[in-house]
Design a protein. Structure first.
Lengths: 260, 108
């Protein structure tokens, strides 16, 4: 990474060019760009959404309840958690707490967007909050960090571009799964759409030692704590991983004499 | 399932409201107030901390195999990570993972 910044490489020139393009986009063009860049995620959103519709319907939820989850909660992992625990006849407080625990990461996403979107209007921030899912977050934060000088309007445009595609697909395909999805053969391993998406989202972001340290700590601690109730282990693992990542960053900074 | 329609809707509405509040928490309440440096530094690692933590148990002990470690799924996860790391492209990573999983299923 230090080599990249010292010797102007073709890669650095490409990054500079993509920054210039990002800054030149109007908010509307940013929205379009966000929508286009989220299209690859449809490859996982489509089967994942359908899978929820199929699973919820097979578990005995009617169409209104399935769509209630999909539209009002709008969070895949926690919807699956809730449906699973309700199928097991768990007490309602445990269903709600466990499913909310799975979503605790959203508070961290919310916090990490403050430096970029904190200046937006109240309704805009509420709309962002509604549509803040793993994919819209991961795409947007990457876009913001690559081009820090974007205006708030450009940032919002990009976010809503990703949100329109991702949320509409999630809702539409959950509906499709709930109504016609029984035709998917059981042999198709749809369950693996979830971890594949998560890994595919973070692998390109492993661009520095602190990022790699954070991801490694997350995996090890999460596996170690797998016996805890749903969502608790990953939560503890994520907090330790964030501490490990920032500690590594500080250590690197000190070693190179204050230069990041 | 032994729940009434009202109990299920209570769960949906509570979960929906709670999830929105989690998402709105910092963005809504804190607004543009400046945040401390150490906090911002930690937040840089949110995505690379949370997503692998969620994925790891799903990869090693998949629910679909009742928690049995499955070589095809392990290979698919490894292929996803490697392809994503090398190409820096999410779509390439997903395609590599899905293709590996399909090949693994075909072989087993």
């Amino acid at each position: 990474m230090t080599q990249d910044s010292n010797a102007p490489s073709r890669r650095a020139a490409a990054i500079e060019a993509s920054r210039a393009r990002a800054l030149a986009r109007s908010p509307m063009q940013s929205l379009r760009h966000g929508a286009i860049q989220s299209l690859p995620f449809l490859l996982v959103m489509v089967p994942f959404g359908m899978l929820f519709g199929v699973v919820a319907t097979n578990a005995g939820f009617d169409l209104a309840q399935t769509m209630g989850f999909t539209i009002l909660v709008l969070a895949g992992a926690s919807q699956f958690t809730a449906v699973q625990l309700l199928t097991d006849n768990a007490p309602l407080w445990l269903v709600i707490l466990s499913s909310l625990a799975v979503n605790l990461r959203m508070a961290m996403y919310s916090a990490s967007l403050v430096p970029w979107l904190g200046g937006a209007s109240q309704p805009a921030r509420a709309a962002v909050a509604y549509a803040l899912v793993d994919q819209t977050y991961a795409l947007s934060i990457d876009y913001y960090q690559n081009t820090p000088r974007l205006s708030v309007a450009q940032r919002l445009g990009y976010f809503f571009g990703t949100a329109i595609v991702m949320c509409a697909a999630w809702i539409f395909f959950a509906y499709l799964g709930a109504t016609v999805g029984r035709a998917i053969p059981d042999s198709v391993p749809l369950d693996f759409a979830v971890p594949i998406t998560f890994l595919a989202m973070i692998a390109p972001a492993l661009r520095s030692l602190p990022h790699m340290v954070a991801a490694t700590v997350a995996v090890i601690v999460s596996l170690f704590l797998a016996g805890l109730p749903a969502g608790v282990g990953p939560m503890i693992a994520a907090i330790l991983a964030m501490l490990a990542g920032s500690a590594t960053e500080v250590w690197q900074m000190r070693r190179s004499g204050g230069r990041a | 399932m032994n729940y009434s329609n009202a109990e299920i809707w209570f769960t949906i509405l509570t979960l929906g409201a709670g999830t929105f509040l989690l998402r709105y928490s910092f963005l809504g309440a804190i607004g543009s107030r400046p945040m401390p440096q150490w906090f911002l530094r930690m937040l840089r690692y949110t995505a690379v901390a949370v997503l692998p933590a969620l994925a790891a148990p799903l990869v090693v002990w998949p629910a679909a195999t009742h928690g049995q470690t499955d070589p095809a799924r392990l290979a698919a996860a490894a292929a996803t990570l490697i392809a994503g790391f090398v190409t820096r492209n999410t779509l390439a990573a997903i395609v590599a993972g899905a293709a590996t999983l399909m090949i693994g299923f075909y072989l087993s």
